[in-house]
Design a protein around this ligand. Structure first.
Ligand SMILES: Nc1ncnc2c1ncn2[C@@H]1O[C@H](COP(=O)(O)OP(=O)(O)OP(=O)(O)O)[C@@H](O)[C@H]1O
Ligand SMILES: [Mg+2]
Length: 248
C-alpha cells in the first residue's frame, strides 16, 4: 500500500497495554484510537504517566499491544515476524526517544549515521553528506567525534533527533524532544517537525507536556489515564495562548 496522498501512515485501533509491577498491574493504555496521515502534525499531551510514551512505543512496534491493532504503512504489525518488523521500522519510523537511547559506544557522528548503514535498500542520498547535513542542522559539528556520555542532556537530545531523521522516514515519532533544550532550540525543533509535515512527505506525532509546543500541531490529543479524553483541532495562524487556554 502506498503512503502518499494522505493515506494513513499509521492507524491504531483500540490499543490496550498493561504492565505488571511490584504490587499489581498498571493499565498504561485503555483503548486508544489514532490515525496519522502524511502532511499531519499531531500532538499528544497529558500529565506524567498518562501513557504518551507507551502509545508512541506501540505505534513504532517497539512493544506489542495487549489488544488492538497497529497498521504501519499498510502492514498490521502483529502479522510480521521479527525481521520484517525490524525492516519496516527502519524504513517507516524515525523515533526520538524520551531518554535518547544513543549508543554509548558510538560517537555522535556514528549514532547519526547508523540508521543509514542499517538500511537494506540504499537510501536516495549519500550517507556521508546526509550525516554532515544533519550534524550541521542541529549544531553538532564540533561535538561529532564525542561519545554521548561526553555531552549535556540537551546535546544528546539534538543528536537523537538528528539520528531519527537520518533515513528521512515518513513517520516521525517525537517523545518529548524539547524537554532538555532551551526555549529557542525547542522552538527550532518544533518548527523543523512542523516543516517536515508541511512538506507533505511526512507525518509527525509529538508527545509533550509543553502546550506551547503542542500549539504548533494540527490536532492535539489529550491523554488521561491511558485514554484520549479530548481531541482539539487547531486552526492555522491561531495564537498559542488561545490553544493553551483551550487545552487547559
Ligand atoms: N516498562 C514499564 N513497566 C511498568 N510500568 C510501566 C512501564 N512503562 C510505563 N509504565 C507505566 O505506564 C504508565 C504510562 O507510562 P508512560 O511512560 O507511557 O507515561 P507518559 O505519559 O509518557 O509519562 P511522562 O510524561 O512522564 O513521560 C505509567 O503509570 C507508568 O508507570
Ligand atoms: Mg513519556
Amino acid at each position: 500500500m502506498s503512503h502518499v496522498n494522505g493515506a494513513p501512515l499509521v492507524e491504531a485501533k483500540n490499543l490496550r497495554k498493561s504492565y505488571r509491577v511490584q504490587n499489581g498491574v498498571v493499565h498504561a493504555l485503555n483503548g486508544v484510537d489514532i490515525t496519522v496521515r502524511t502532511g499531519e502534525f499531531v500532538a499528544v499531551v497529558g500529565p506524567t504517566g498518562s501513557g504518551k510514551s507507551t502509545l508512541l512505543n506501540l505505534l513504532a512496534g517497539l512493544e506489542p499491544a495487549d489488544a488492538g491493532t497497529v497498521v504501519l504503512l499498510g502492514h498490521p504489525l502483529d502479522q510480521l515476524d521479527e525481521d520484517a518488523l525490524a525492516d519496516l521500522r527502519l524504513r517507516a519510523v524515525g523515533m526520538i526517544y524520551q531518554s535518547y537511547n544513543l549508543f554509548s559506544g558510538f560517537t555522535v557522528r556514528q549514532n547519526v549515521r547508523l540508521p543509514l548503514q542499517l538500511m537494506t535498500r540504499r537510501p536516495p542520498f549519500d550517507a556521508t553528506q546526509r550525516t554532515n547535513q544533519l550534524l550541521a542542522d542541529f549544531g553538532l559539528p564540533d561535538l561529532a567525534e564525542r561519545y554521548p556520555a561526553e555531552l549535556s542532556g540537551g546535546q544528546q537530545q539534538l543528536a537523537a533527533i538528528a539520528r531519527a531523521l537520518a533515513t528521512n522516514p515518513p513517520l516521525i515519532l517525537a517523545d518529548e524532544p524539547t524537554a532538555n533544550v532551551d526555549t529557542t532550540m525547542a522552538r527550532q525543533i518544533v518548527a523543523r517537525l512542523r516543516g517536515l509535515a508541511n512538506s507533505g512527505q511526512h507525518g509527525v506525532i509529538l508527545a509533550t507536556h509543553d502546550l506551547r509546543m503542542a500549539s504548533q500541531a494540527d490536532r492535539v490529543l489529550s491523554l488521561r489515564d491511558g485514554q484520549i479524553v479530548k481531541e482539539t483541532v487547531l486552526q492555522p495562524g491561531r495564537d498559542a495562548r488561545d490553544v493553551i487556554e483551550a487545552l487547559a
